[in-house]
Ligand binder design. Structure first.
Ligand code: 5GP
Ligand code: MG
Ligand code: MG
Length: 177
């Protein structure tokens, strides 16, 4: 599997350090509150499980699954494939996402939670690809800025594979061929 990786962009160590930093702000901000944390499946499962362990306030974990992607290019449509079970009304919502690319997914999901009456909505992402944004959307915080390349690892897949790599990397060209 590692033989399919062209280069490693972010190591487990780098990710751990950034998650420690990101948790400090969240622990201050949500002290005394009970947010609903929404990992966006499947991509965010690794990042979210690591982040959540760093949080020391009361919270509910309630994942969502959205789909807007096939292969390596965006189709532009956002569909809720699995919804939260919780009533978000008057609760703070924290989305945890693997990577913000076009911005469509989290713009749509955030708007939906606002519509349902969430007390507040924020989005934290492991990675942010600012160059490929097609809608006006910013994460409240993110781990690292990522280049405009197709990335795998740490939850990010190519056709369902490579999510278990303990780092974020770029696939070799021959893997797509
Ligand atoms: P959006 O374009 O709506 O911001 O992002 C939708 C989803 O596309 C992301 O949550 C992620 O699952 C997927 N995605 C975007 N860029 C990449 C990438 O470089 N690698 C992988 N594996 N998935 C990506
Ligand atoms: Mg995702
Ligand atoms: Mg994917």
């Amino acid at each position: 599997m590692n033989n399919d990786i062209e280069k490693v962009l972010f190591t487990q160590d780098q990710l751990n350090k950034r998650m420690d930093e990101m948790a400090v702000r969240l622990n201050k901000k949500y002290a005394g509150q009970e947010p609903i944390v929404i990992p966006v499946l499947n991509g965010a499962m690794i990042f979210a499980s690591d982040m959540i362990k760093r949080l020391n306030f009361k919270l509910t974990i309630d994942p969502m699954k959205a789909s807007s992607y096939a292969g390596t290019s965006s189709t532009g449509k956002v569909k809720i494939v699995q919804d939260v079970k919780s009533d978000v009304k008057d609760r703070p919502v924290i989305f945890m996402e693997d990577i913000i690319d076009t911005g469509r997914t989290l713009k749509a999901l955030s708007a939906e939670m606002t519509k349902r009456g969430a007390k507040s909505v924020e989005v934290i992402a492991m990675l942010d690809k600012p160059e490929t944004r097609v809608v006006d959307f910013h994460a409240d915080d993110y781990g690292f800025k990522a280049p405009n390349e197709f990335l795998v690892g740490y939850g990010l897949d190519y056709n369902g594979l490579y999510r278990n790599l303990p780092y974020v990397g770029v696939l070799k060209q021959r893997v797509y061929a």
